[in-house]
Ligand binder design. Sequence first.
Ligand code: F6R
Length: 612
Amino acid sequence: MCCIVAYVVQREAYPILIYGLKRLEYRGYDSSGLSLLNGKLREFKRKGKVQDLVNFVKGKNVSGSMGIAHTRWATHGKPDDINAHPHQSGNGRLTLIHNGIIENYAALKTALLQEGHVFQSETDTEVLVHLIEELQTRSNLPLEEAVRVALTKVIGAYAIVVMDERDPGKLVAARKASPLVIGIGDGEFFLASDATPIVEHTQKVVYLNDEEIAVVTRDGELQIKDIGNEIKMPYIQQLDLKIESLGKGDYEHFMLKEIYEQPNTIADCMRGRINAAEGWIKLGGVDQVQERIAQSKRFIMAACGTSWHAALIGEYLFEELARIPVEVEYASELRYRNPIIDREDVVVALSQSGETADTMAALELAKEKGALIYGIVNNVGSSIARLTDAGSYIHAGPEIGVASTKAFTGQVTLLTMMAISLGYQRGTIPKSYYFQLLEELERIPGKVAKVLESDTQIRYIASEIKDANNALYLGRGYNFPIALEGALKLKEISYIHAEGYPAAEMKHGPIALIDENMPVVVIATNKSAYEKVVSNIQEVKARKGIVIAIVTEGDKIISSLADYSIAIPDTDEPLTPLLSVIPLQLLSYHIALMRGCNVDQPRNLAKSVTVE
Ligand code: F6R
């Protein structure tokens, strides 16, 4: 949620740190700060965006070839200048940035208060830097050893970087359950929560593992130990990330760019994995564990937020096409409810970031119980990707807008390929249908491009309903998870209260909300339940609700009933979600923009939820 970035040692650190913070701001953005070392430590912290920090620092001395910097997403203590990171030790010599939560901070703080420590902030992080100081001074330990011993006393999640005014040649970093990447330059190092600020400087990286501590020095040395003091060999990897993919291009917002990228990202997800002409689907990850999958008695899909909605579509796909029972779980619930999972289960984790704390914890639990762990992840090299037994990347490229769009369609594309492939292998779909689905899947990127052509019309509809206080999204079958996703997109970026419901459930409660002020978005492309959806729309109209219908091209009946309708190309029903979600993404984007909201960085949210 927060992000950290640090630099040692050749050049001036300040511009590198600010550039890094701007790249990482999407991960958390309520306050930011930095410390620079040039003989003496200098610290600057500001509530607000990174730009507020830049304005604050203007005209001040920011020289120094070593530094650490941070943007925060508040957990302990409100977002303000004092609670912003970095945090200093009592003697002012140590400075530390932290991503994660120190769960036992209250007990540690009580003990440190008894030793005479005085705290400035309400944060858990400040407790950790005082603990390191206490160990360093009491036992006269070198910095890295004081950090190591301190971390043995900590319960919780952390990625930290520490700098010591008296030991100016090094930075000490460590991680547990929060990501940390070390970029290796030519005689210089870059440390960050993810690789986006590093790729500009170097392609060589080391992903730190849980409970590892790294020391990087002015002399170009990188040393890694684990928390048990055992030396580890750094595993250097080559980044596969393009700088151009990190910019907005000609678009006003990352979210819009990412919506428009979908014809390409869906094609990228399928590239080399399907060939309709030759009739094959090949997923390397599935091949790797084919036997275990064949023996499995059910799939459990665990995820959060938008990824959970993709998982729900996975349930419909796997059950219909492959006749495999699927349970879809909120990772945050699964991890705490002593679930029945065993060796015959396949647990599929879906995650854009690959760093979501709840999803990781659920996976660890499933792993302990012996299940096969399969990851469907976007962020290459992320913690979840490394935790799984096998998996498939969705290849959507960096998703920077906080509201997930192209990662969602990537996840659904991947699940669709898996379900079709398993269905064919298990003989649960006929050969002719298998070929039909493959051909249609290859046409989907073109059809998504066609849906995007409705943008002007969608913008008009947005202008008509933008002042609503509430909205209802209804869908049946494959379009029910799309109703949930449409509602989530609207609420998270426009702050309009919205709910997604199975269309038929409306009469069991939500119908009471409908009046002439209530926009009701009905995803009405279904073939199997068409008449039922028509009836649901009649029920809304009878109560004067404003109906915005997503219909299949050529539909006359629903279009004549609805106040507004948006047509999408016809496709096979299991593939509908890949098309029907697109107008809902655009609708929420335009509404949020018209309401003056910060589309890419909505309030209170963060892109990567690395805390519980
Ligand atoms: C919504 C959104 C979130 C994420 C959720 C899981 O637009 O982005 O709901 O989907 O926080 O994140 P990942 O997929 O990174 O595990």
